[in-house]
Design a protein around this ligand. Structure first.
Ligand code: BES
Ligand code: MN
Ligand code: ZN
Length: 496
């Protein structure tokens, strides 16, 4: 089998002056009122060669460059060492959000990866607010990673060097951290499921931890047994790849209580005996995206040196079928002591999370955030670009939603009225792993999870929709998106 290329790592620099070499990138903006004389203007235009300036002026004049958000125009400069100038439109002030800046960086790179390029230089002026400079850098990195990991003819070329004129070394480093951490998350998800099984996932988490100086504990099946993680073991029992639990610890906050981030890591979800049809199974390598998000976010948090204590937990299992598979009607005593009745083996994520959340609670965290590709119902409710948020804490909901809003990662709260509680009550055990019929499926799943967090303030993010994309967009390939890494980092960073 082909070994996939290592994660993209172009050399990134912050030159003080513009030297016209390789591909140059500049930004076009629109004035907020179309009545203004200079409706379209190019940032840092004075630093460009005269020939390029003339070409740009003509293209603006003729309406070829409008400066609209999302517009990308390639211009021939006539300059021998920098023959191509890319002009990326950013639109009006209100359109220039952090998310859009990131997308613009990514979209520009994705336009240029069809050929091998030695150097791409971004000229960054007033058009992009300094708080968003790191997002631009992050975007250029996410633009370098796609899902084409096993193609024998290279059709995608990561540029060797990226330069950012006008961006501080700190913003550049932070953007590099963010972009490369998102790419790590995406890579873990995009790898085929037989490669990225629980053991391999745990190994990759461990490698990341040793690179970033994090503590890392891996519970194998013997340890899981000893710890009473019978729910994780039940889900993983039919697989030839045994389950794992990964605990990552970052200590940046002295002796304060830690924050716990928890991820569903079902490395492949066949549905088990409640088997999925092929159409529903085809993308189920993505069912460990929550755990991959935890690994990516922990990496970024450590590299940024955030002043918090954070524990990352990944519950890892492969949901398969064999003579030993967990069955409908089975009752499992979870690590917490609560008993669960299994009425659908395809509702396995909540079963894995039951034990994983219990381990999190044992660390006495001040808050728990879990991320899971948990329910198709959440996609029915919100579509495939919006994550569902369910919580037992209005406060935590507000702070997390704020963080996600600042990063332009859409999240929408679904209610957790106590009237839903009875829908997960079991006649045989304490609770059952499905609700009543299909109705409110995202919420009944969250209600199940709520049983395992005790009094700890907790937010559950259902990323079944946004974690994995069917089709590409100008700023990203199809496949894993790395959604919520940025929101998590922002939330940890801003938490006082
Ligand atoms: N991993 C799936 C949810 C999912 C579906 C994620 C589509 C991403 C895309 C989960 O384990 C699952 O199968 N959920 C069931 C629950 C049901 C059996 C109660 C579902 O949503 O159908
Ligand atoms: Mn399932
Ligand atoms: Zn699943």
């Amino acid at each position: 089998m082909i070994t996939p290329a290592p994660l993209p790592a172009p050399k990134i620099t912050t030159p003080e002056q513009v030297t016209a070499t390789g591909v140059m990138v500049c930004f076009a903006v629109q004035a907020d009122k179309s009545s203004e004389k200079k409706y379209v203007s190019i940032d840092r235009i004075d630093e460009l060669e005269t020939s390029a300036k003339t070409a740009l002026a003509q293209l603006i004049q003729s309406g070829e460059i409008e400066g609209k958000s999302g517009e990308i125009v390639q211009v021939a400069t006539g300059h021998p060492s920098a023959p191509i100038l890319v002009v990326a439109g950013l639109g009006k002030t209100a359109q220039r959000t952090r998310g859009k800046i990131l997308e613009t960086g990514a979209a520009v790179i994705r336009r240029l990866v069809d050929k091998s390029r030695a150097e791409i230089t971004f000229l960054v002026g007033d058009a992009i607010s300094p708080e968003h400079h790191d997002a631009l850098v992050a975007g250029t990195l996410t633009g370098c990673e796609g899902q084409h990991l096993y193609q024998s003819e290279p059709a995608f070329f990561v540029p060797e060097k990226l330069a950012f004129v006008g961006v501080s070394p700190q913003a550049t480093a932070e953007g590099e951290t963010l972009g490369s951490s998102i790419n790590l998350t995406r890579r873990l998800v995009n790898e085929p499921p037989t490669i990225m099984n629980p053991t391999e996932f745990a190994e990759r988490a461990k490698i990341m931890a040793s690179e970033e100086g994090l503590e890392c504990e891996i519970w194998d099946e013997t340890r899981l047994e000893k710890e009473g993680c019978r729910a994780i073991l039940a889900v993983g029992r039919a697989s030839t790849s045994p389950p794992r639990l990964v605990i990552l610890k970052y200590n940046g906050g002295g002796d304060e209580a830690p924050i716990a981030i928890v991820g569903k890591g079902v490395t492949f979800d066949s549905g088990g005996l409640s088997i999925k049809p092929s159409d529903g199974m085809v993308d189920m390598k993505c069912d460990m995206a929550g755990a991959a998000t935890v690994v990516g976010a922990m990496r970024a948090i450590a590299q940024l040196g955030l002043k918090r204590n954070v524990i990352g937990l990944c519950g890892l299992a492969e949901n398969m079928i064999s003579g030993d598979a967990y069955k409908l009607g089975d009752v499992i005593e979870t690590r917490s002591g609560k008993t669960i009745e299994i009425l659908n083996t395809d509702a396995e994520g909540r079963v894995v999370l039951a034990d994983t959340l219990d381990v999190a609670v044992q660390h006495k965290p001040s808050a728990i955030i879990d991320l899971a590709t948990l329910t198709g119902a959440c996609m029915v409710a919100l579509g495939n670009e919006v994550a569902g948020l369910m919580t037992n804490s209005d406060d935590l909901c507000r702070t997390f939603s704020d963080a996600a809003g600042q990063e332009n990662e859409p999240v929408w709260q679904l209610p957790m009225f106590s009237l839903y509680d009875e829908k997960v009550k079991s006649k045989v055990a304490d609770i059952k792993n499905v609700g009543e019929g299909r109705w409110g499926g995202a919420i009944t799943a969250a209600k199940f999870l709520e049983n395992f967090v005790g009094e700890t303030p907790w937010v559950h993010i259902d990323i079944a929709g946004p974690a994995f994309a069917d089709s590409p967009k100008p700023h990203r390939d199809a496949g894993a998106t790395g959604v919520m890494v940025r929101s998590l980092v922002r939330w940890v960073r801003d938490r006082s």
